[in-house]
Design a protein around this ligand. Structure first.
Ligand SMILES: Nc1nc2c(ncn2[C@@H]2O[C@H](COP(=O)(O)OP(=O)(O)OP(=O)(O)O)[C@@H](O)[C@H]2O)c(=O)[nH]1
Ligand SMILES: [Mg+2]
Length: 374
């Protein structure tokens, strides 16, 4: 009979880490990728409003950037993403105000420290918008041009005779591109900063995703709000990859139980892994409330919760022991009845993670279906 200690050793992959720990490490690694996004533009363009929407916060919520009808943001202010702590959106003061003259703005805002820039411009293209684009290009950085207040433009135009929504949007896009032609072929996105589910937000995410370095792409995708099924499915793919990467162990080892793993420790890891996913998929109560308001479907925030979601909600609200979530997931997989008392193999842990992911992803799909965001 092999001793408990040698079983343990045999069951561990070359790196010496069990699967769950690896999954947690991979998630931690993603959570630690730093991404600094500068949001710039003229005063009143919608910078702070965009940042709040991106962080899934209302303008009145605790921790939200202040927004207003007069010059509001007067210092470059970092806003950390609530789920992805190393993704920071920098709310820069408006350019071209008496306080921040266009000439000295780039230097004062320390343009070097950002990964990329979002220039937000509302209503009419301005000289300052072009100046910003030139300064950013000069620093050999990338910018994406956001034309905000599109909802207002459309509302103003739609009562005119012969109104054509697509033509109006194309006209605005063309106008921005033409005005930016001095700095090359620029990417322009039409956005309602108060509702990212409308207009070009998804195209913006798609473009950023294709242009950022791989590890930053994943950090970005995990941090964007779930505004559509396409975005949700991208997030699910990343988490799937994390699980598979974490579970890549040799076939022989994969089947061996790991009696040495502490049950309590594993269950805490499973719990914390899925609590992170729960927020990333927008299933937490706050996100559901925001979504229900945005799509004007009050019943969304009171949707019947599956037992797994109930556990996650409780765990998330209490910000304490996460083992109940793990225990619940364990009860879903066939195996030695009470896993608490038995060994847990790498294949078992991988199955558990995959089953949990599928359940959460299905919940998130159901929410989007109910919200009419397919
Ligand atoms: N309808 C609509 N309103 C918007 C949009 N973007 C911003 N607003 C409103 O415009 C006003 C100014 O927005 P802010 O986000 O405070 O603008 P800012 O660019 O941060 O302004 P400063 O901090 O002064 O530089 C607020 O009342 C917002 O609610 C948009 O896309 N659509
Ligand atoms: Mg502001």
């Amino acid at each position: 009979m092999t001793s408990r200690r040698s079983d343990e050793r045999a069951a561990r992959p070359a790196s010496g880490e069990p699967t769950l720990q690896r999954a947690q490490e991979q998630i931690d690694r993603l959570l630690n990728v730093s991404l600094n996004v500068a949001v710039t533009g003229e005063s009143g363009a919608g910078k702070s409003t965009f940042i709040n929407a991106f962080r899934n916060l209302g303008d009145e919520d605790e921790g939200a950037a202040e927004t207003g009808v007069t010059e509001t943001t007067t210092e470059p202010t970092p806003y950390t993403h609530p789920t992805m702590p190393n993704v920071t959106l920098w709310d820069l003061p408006g350019v071209g105000t008496p306080k921040f003259k266009a000439k000295t703005y780039a230097k004062a805002m320390k343009f070097d420290r950002y990964d990329f820039f979002l220039i937000i411009s509302s209503r009419r293209f301005r000289e300052n918008d072009l100046m910003l684009a030139k300064e950013i290009k000069q620093k050999k950085k990338q910018f994406y041009f956001i034309r905000s207040n599109i909802d207002i433009d459309i509302a103003n135009e739609e009562n005119k005779r012969g109104f054509n929504r697509e033509e109006t949007l194309s006209k605005i896009r063309r106008n921005c591109k033409e005005n930016l032609s001095d700095v090359g072929d620029s990417k322009v996105f039409l956005i309602n900063c108060r509702d990212l589910t409308a207009f070009d937000f998804e195209e913006l995410v798609e473009t950023l995703n294709s242009e950022l370095p791989q590890h930053k792409q994943e950090a970005l995708l995990l941090s964007v709000p779930v505004t559509s099924v396409a975005i949700l499915e991208k997030k699910v793919k990343i988490v799937e990859k994390v699980i598979l990467g974490a579970a890549t162990v040799s076939g022989a080892i994969a089947a061996v139980p790991v009696p040495g793993l502490s049950f309590a420790c594993d269950m805490a890891m499973v719990g914390s892994f899925f609590t992170t996913c729960y927020h990333i998929f927008g299933l937490d109560d706050k996100s559901l409330k925001k979504l229900s308001e945005r799509v004007n479907k009050p019943h969304l925030k009171n949707l019947d919760k599956s037992p797994l979601l109930k556990e996650l909600a409780q765990n998330s609200a209490a910000r304490m022991g996460v083992s109940a979530v793990g225990e619940f997931l364990c009860s879903l997989i066939p195996g030695p009845g009470s896993i608490a008392a038995a060994a847990i193999s790498f294949t078992t842990t991988r199955d558990l993670l995959q089953k949990g992911l599928k359940k959460l992803a299905d919940e998130a799909r159901r929410v989007l279906r109910e919200a009419g965001l397919q």
